[in-house]
Design a protein around this ligand. Sequence first.
Ligand SMILES: Nc1ncnc2c1ncn2[C@@H]1O[C@H](COP(=O)(O)OP(=O)(O)O)[C@@H](O)[C@H]1O
Ligand SMILES: [Mg+2]
Length: 551
Amino acid sequence: RAIDGIVIQKSMDHFAKPLITLTVLALVSSIATGFRGGVFSVTFLSMVYLTGDIISRLTSDTTQVSDLISQNVNLFLRSFVKAVGIFIFMFGMSWKLSVVTIMGFPYIAVVSKLYGEYYKKLTKEVQTALAQANKVAEETISAMRTVRSFANEDQEADSYYSRLQEMFVLNKKQAVAYACFMWSSYISELALQVAILYYGGHLVVTNQMSGGTLISFVIYELELGEALESISSVYTGLMQGVGAAEKVFEYIDRKPKHILDGQQAPETFEGQVEFKNVTFAYPTRPEMDILKNVSFNLRPGQVTALVGPSGGGKSSCVCLLENFYAPQQGHVLVDGQPVNSYQHKYYHSKVALVSQEPVLFARTVQMNISYGVPEAPMEAVIRAAINGNAHDFITGLSKGYETGVGEKGAQLSGGQKQRVAIARALIRNPRILILDEATSALDSESEYIVQQALNNLMREHTVLVIAHRLSTVERADNILVIDKGCVAEQGPHAELMARGGLYCKLVQRQILGTVIDADVHNPSPAPPWKLKEGDKESAEDCSDTENEARY
Ligand SMILES: Nc1ncnc2c1ncn2[C@@H]1O[C@H](COP(=O)(O)OP(=O)(O)O)[C@@H](O)[C@H]1O
Ligand SMILES: [Mg+2]
């Protein structure tokens, strides 16, 4: 009727009324559409995030990027070409009206730019929130037994829920931004239409343009609007893709702080280890020196034991020798060369570690033992298992060496896990063997047997043991007492005992351990923070003694 009004009756009065109706109708429908779009994305997102599909979302960042970009680039190009084509036609029909159309462009460009930036930022935040939520879920699920044993399911669920809430808030923001953008683009489109109808109507009324041309122009203008609309919705998708991509690229661009680019792989590897004035702090806590000017030597064919109070820095020495970190000052030398000058694969075929908390993989026992040396024959696997005192229990399992150990080895006992880990270290016949409290989860019987096996191996190897049982430490050729990041004293057992220093104290504590334990064992009915002032001291005493008594 608007067009009728102009074309047939050529009266501005008839033209204005439907125009207002058109405006209102279009406004309402644009509000509805924007709203629907917004609500749709909210429901869609919340559905996805609540169906337990959460962990896989982390990997889906990359999929999202490639999907969004491939789909949208295609649509974007098509709509863009269409818009340009239409515009050329429109220009041919009436340059004056086309200029009116062009006048709307800067506004659209500015709004799109602002929206795009905002949406991109939100998408990045959503990805971060998602990763956070994933982290909580993953941690909780993988430590299910701990959560259970402390009956902390509700708090874990709450913490997960609050992360999801954070994400939901962001999703809502995204939805609102989308709705606002849609409204604004509908409104700007509508304003353009109104302007064109108004000015076109004026042109027709003043006989500068035929009614037919105006109709075609308006039809083209509608087509143009459609093309621009699809460009803007594609733009949203593209910005989402770019936001996700930025996150992905952040990870790709991250430079490792400790680069493994050593090249050396000498034929002979003796296994002379020297810590030379090593000062070290973990990158996560750079202000706290864990090791302070530590120097010591490990010699081939000798067993060196590291002892000392828990938290003194024993495992940190192991980390440096394993080339996990670089010291801030000083050097860790093997055969006179810094550890990071050796080729990564080569070095770790010569240096094997059985760590304090060995982690097995969710594979068969055989695959766990031959981890990193998949070409090792079955005989070698069995030999390593025998040396690690694991063969007997493995053959007793339902499928022997083919038995799966469960995630992180959860289907084995602590001692069994440690024995598999020992076999995994022994199979590569390393020159340097590091045992970081490797036998601590074994019963005395198994420990004795493992110890026997290790004793045989120790003759040809450089061995570094961290142990808290006297039996292991006593026989070591050299004992290093590490306390608060310094070498407090060193020497063989007899010498250190005669000196009567920290080592002597630790040994006496262990021998008298049961007596001390009985002394300090003071069952308190309430948790320490609920104790009254006067009681506090005794609680602290208790924990102090416990700390020192442990090696
Ligand atoms: N990854 C780490 N990041 C920061 N600090 C750490 C890290 N690992 C251990 N520490 C700190 O280093 C100190 C020594 O730890 P560690 O070498 O494991 O002692 P231990 O002698 O019991 O093996 C402790 O105070 C501990 O808090
Ligand atoms: Mg340790």
